[in-house]
Write a protein of this length. Structure first.
Length: 376
């Protein structure tokens, strides 16, 4: 049996020795003592555990979750569900960059250079994050982690009357979690559009009664007046041109059809508990998220009639503890990559000070459902 010193282990995995010590402190691994010289060492079994920890961390899991997985490998799916925001936010950012590149290719215009610089900026902002996650594997993980929000589904179906012969469209459907739920509840003709072939491949594996097509919010591959209900969840802030998007959505919406945009208002972004410790994240996201008024105005300019705005999940008590701290330490939210290192370290310090006596409570910022209707 080979014995590895801590520096050998660190070099083999390309990590700092302090990281291995941290895993020891968290009781994920336990080194052994050589009886001949009392030196610490790791064996092949320990190396396998360290490799497993690093693999699970690359998926964004917390050390607490990893500990449970190592104790019981069957618990992996349960814990993967907690990683929805980590994966989906980064996927949507790349989707936005991809759509801009596609528009540049279509335009064949030198003036599109400004658009290209914006794409480069988006990709550079996420360079550090992309080093941690293999995006070739994202569609495999996303299928397990991006669970549909049942509250959102219920709210949509409470407002929109859907018949079994009706057609529903999910824009930016990912691997089809929302579409699958919609199909099971309504038994209607459910469709999903997404610019990722990998996402759609996973979606098709889940339910072959749902129609999936490659497309974007600005290029929907369907005929005019096809859908009685169109919805998009946490997608609109990745769409480069919402005016173009709404014109296209209007084209494929049938008379009296409804459109639901699930997003966050600027007030809700400011009220995120993340903004308390990292105020720069709110500044950055308010630039990405269109204001509710702008959504309404753009929709009305395209021909829609404003129906209503529903506010959901505001002021719900949320416990912030070790799991959330672990995500902060590892910059598990893409918004943390949009602020300076100085602000990040300051916010992290403030959060740790709040945790001196253990977990503490904050209130959720909530989200908004913006409803539009096609009335001719």
């Amino acid at each position: 049996m080979k014995k590895y010193r801590i520096n050998e282990v660190a070099e083999k995995f390309g990590i700092a020795p302090s990281r291995i010590r941290h895993y020891e402190n968290e009781q994920l691994i336990k080194c052994k003592r050589d009886p001949e010289n009392n030196y610490r060492y790791f064996d092949d079994e320990d190396m396998l555990k360290i490799a497993s920890v690093l693999m699970y961390r690359s998926l964004g899991l917390t050390l607490k979750d990893i500990s449970a997985i190592l104790d019981n490998e069957k618990s992996i799916e349960k814990h993967l569900y907690k990683q929805v925001k980590l994966i989906s936010e980064e996927i949507q950012s790349l989707m936005r960059a991809r759509e801009k590149v596609y528009n540049i290719i279509k335009s064949n215009n030198v003036e599109a250079a400004s658009e290209l610089f914006e794409v480069v900026s988006v990709l550079e902002e996420r360079d550090n994050f992309m080093k941690k996650i293999n995006y070739n594997q994202v569609s495999q993980v996303y299928d397990k982690v991006r669970a549909e929000d049942q509250y959102v589904v219920d709210a949509i179906l409470k407002t929109a009357t859907v018949h079994s012969e009706g057609h529903i469209l999910d824009i930016g459907c990912g691997t089809g979690n929302y579409t699958t739920t919609m199909k099971s509840i309504t038994q209607a003709h459910v469709h999903g559009v997404d610019p990722s072939k990998g996402m759609l491949a996973k979606a098709r594996q889940k339910n072959d009664d749902i129609t999936y097509k490659l497309g974007t919010a600005s290029e929907i591959p369907y005929d005019e007046s096809t859908f009685s209900l169109i919805y998009m969840t946490d997608v609109i802030h990745h769409v480069p041109d919402i005016d173009e998007m709404f014109r296209e959505i209007y084209r494929v919406t049938e008379k009296n059809g409804k459109v639901c945009i699930c997003t966050q208002s600027h007030r809700q972004i400011e009220n995120r508990y993340m903004s308390e410790f990292f105020p720069g994240t709110a500044v950055a996201d308010k630039k990405r998220y269109p204001a509710i008024f702008d959504i309404l105005q753009s929709g009305e300019n395209a021909g829609f009639k404003y129906f209503k705005t529903e506010v959901m999940h505001e002021d719900v008590a949320v416990e912030l503890g070790e799991e959330f701290l672990e995500l902060l330490v590892n910059k598990g939210y893409s918004m943390l990559h949009q602020i300076s290192e100085e602000e990040y370290q300051s916010g992290l310090k403030a959060f740790k000070e709040n945790m001196k006596d253990g977990s503490f409570m904050r209130k959720s910022a909530g989200g908004s459902l913006v409803w539009l209707e096609k009335v001719e």
